[in-house]
Write a protein that binds this ligand. Structure first.
Ligand SMILES: Cc1cc2nc3c(=O)[nH]c(=O)nc-3n(C[C@H](O)[C@H](O)[C@H](O)COP(=O)(O)OP(=O)(O)OC[C@H]3O[C@@H](n4cnc5c(N)ncnc54)[C@H](O)[C@@H]3O)c2cc1C
Length: 453
């Protein structure tokens, strides 16, 4: 029997290690267009100490380790590009501490968004975390490792900005804490200690996050979603600027899609308005709808599309199965909100060229400091021609992001290379030094953010 497999069994137990082809197969794919990449082993640890032992083993045997949360980030980010151990973190899903008055929760990194939301809903219904529109199986660790954003992005920013502290197993096996928890003062802040931003945005290539303290926010009792519509995409940046000035919405998203046909070219802005009383709701509605949007209604350039009351969380984004066969992948980008009109027009052109109905959206981050703009491409998994078109459209869109002055969010290796080709050479060298220092054997998710020059 293979020595690495035997060692993994010793660490996590026979039920949680495998080298059987049928199990490796399930870890060789994600939901997107990436080619399958097979791991040699799968291990599902339960504790940071087990992660540590696996990392020490991997260093000794020079075997890659690829952390995996929900595997929902698409773009092949958790696929073992060079084989090795697929480290499935989903068993590390405990809620360790919740401090109600200081509004934070300490969780193991493999906990799913769905589990945390259900727990808060049951035990602390007046608290919420910023939940991404991803399927509920997506993990908190995986989401912050790629700088995700959720339904509190406006007004509070990226989910990775909502981290109060972390425990990380370094690529050489040490278990380190960051933030106030590192000096034994509780898990309530990442500041004001020296900044060690080494683990967010690196796709697990600098360490395995095992615990996270996450900020929680007030969860109001009443929740409605109002839709405002305009036909001129050129109005969207001004609208977002004005709506963020009053800061009354929790989530602000501008979107349009080619299907259904009545949506084609009609730009919707969804605004989540929440309150504990009808008076609070009325006040917020008044500021947004009567104050900021009335002008557009009066001059005939915009109108209220719909008001949906009693909406539930999580609001999972659903991209329709336009091509049948269940495939979709998107390019996400972090863009200035002023780029919305061009992002839409140029994206629609790419979609038309590849015969894929377009679906685009821009989620506001902060007070319109940026938006996450995405272009989704549907494909039929059983039809290689549609997969090829989607893949080409994704690559063209990566280039478009840079052409329009944006940055590619959670880039696949192709997009990482595009950005590193343009990156300031001192920054690149700094990344290389950091990586070599932390991971001398190059075992952590190799192929990701790899500086080759
Ligand atoms: C329909 C749909 C809608 C989506 N909507 C959103 C959205 O609104 N907002 C949003 O942010 N995202 C969204 N996503 C993208 C993605 O699903 C989420 O960001 C998700 O939270 C990623 O978490 P995961 O556990 O699936 O990560 P994974 O895909 O498992 O991992 C992501 C990356 O992080 C690494 N990693 C995972 N866990 C760790 C860890 N503990 N330590 C170190 N590295 C780690 C992996 O190696 C990989 O490189 C959406 C996806 C889909 C399919």
């Amino acid at each position: 029997m293979d020595a690495v497999y035997q060692a993994l069994v010793k660490i996590v137990g026979e039920d949680y290690a495998s080298n059987r082809p049928e199990e490796l197969f399930t870890y060789s794919k994600d939901l997107g267009t990436s080619e399958p990449k097979f791991p040699d082993y799968v291990a599902a640890p339960k504790t940071a100490e087990e992660v540590q032992k696996i990392i020490l083993l991997a260093n000794k045997k020079k075997v890659p380790v690829v952390p995996l949360g929900g595997g929902m980030s698409l773009a092949g980010l958790a696929l073992p590009l060079q084989g090795g151990i697929a480290l499935d973190l989903k068993r590390m899903d405990q809620i360790i501490e919740l401090n109600e008055k200081a509004r934070y929760v300490v969780v193991e990194a493999g906990i799913s968004n769905g589990k945390l939301t259900a727990y808060l809903h049951k035990h602390y219904p007046h608290l919420m975390h910023s939940e991404p529109g991803a399927p509920p199986a997506a993990t908190i660790g995986g989401n912050i490792a790629i700088h995700g954003q959720g339904d509190m992005a406006h007004p509070y920013g990226f989910n990775s900005d909502m981290v109060n502290g972390m425990e990380v197993v370094l690529p050489t096996g040490e278990i380190c804490k960051f933030g106030s928890c590192s000096i034994g003062s509780g898990w309530y802040t990442l500041h004001p200690l020296p900044d060690i931003g080494l683990f967010l945005g690196w796709n697990g290539s600098t360490g395995i996050i095992t615990k996270i303290s996450l900020r929680l926010f007030p969860c109001k009792k009443i929740r409605e979603m109002d839709l405002f519509v305009v036909e001129d995409e050129g109005l969207i940046p001004d609208l977002l600027y004005e709506l963020t000035h009053v800061g009354m919405a929790e989530d602000l998203i501008a979107f349009t899609s080619a299907i259904p046909p009545f949506m084609d070219g009609v730009h919707h802005i969804s605004m989540n308005i929440t309150g504990d009383t009808e008076e609070e709701m009325e006040f917020k509605r008044h500021l947004l709808l009567d104050g900021k949007l009335a002008r557009y209604i009066q001059d005939g350039t915009g109108g209220i599309g719909a008001v949906s009351q009693d909406i539930q969380r999580p609001q999972i984004s659903k991209s329709a199965d336009w091509k049948k066969g269940g495939g979709f992948e998107y390019v996400g980008s972090i863009m200035p909100v002023t780029a919305y009109p061009e992002c839409y027009r140029r994206g629609a052109e790419i979609s038309t060229r590849h015969n894929i109905p377009y679906t685009v959206l821009g989620r506001v981050i902060g007070s319109a400091h940026a938006m996450m703009f995405s272009w989704s491409y549907a494909f039929n998994r059983a039809d290689p021609e549609t997969v090829r078109h989607a893949r080409e459209a994704l690559h063209e869109t990566d280039s478009l992001v840079l052409e329009l002055g944006g940055t590619i969010w959670k880039p696949a290796v192709f997009g990482q290379k595009l950005m590193m080709d343009r990156m300031d050479s001192n920054t690149l060298q700094m990344m290389k030094k950091v990586k070599n220092l932390l991971d001398p054997n190059g075992i952590m998710n190799p192929g990701n953010w790899e500086v080759n020059e």
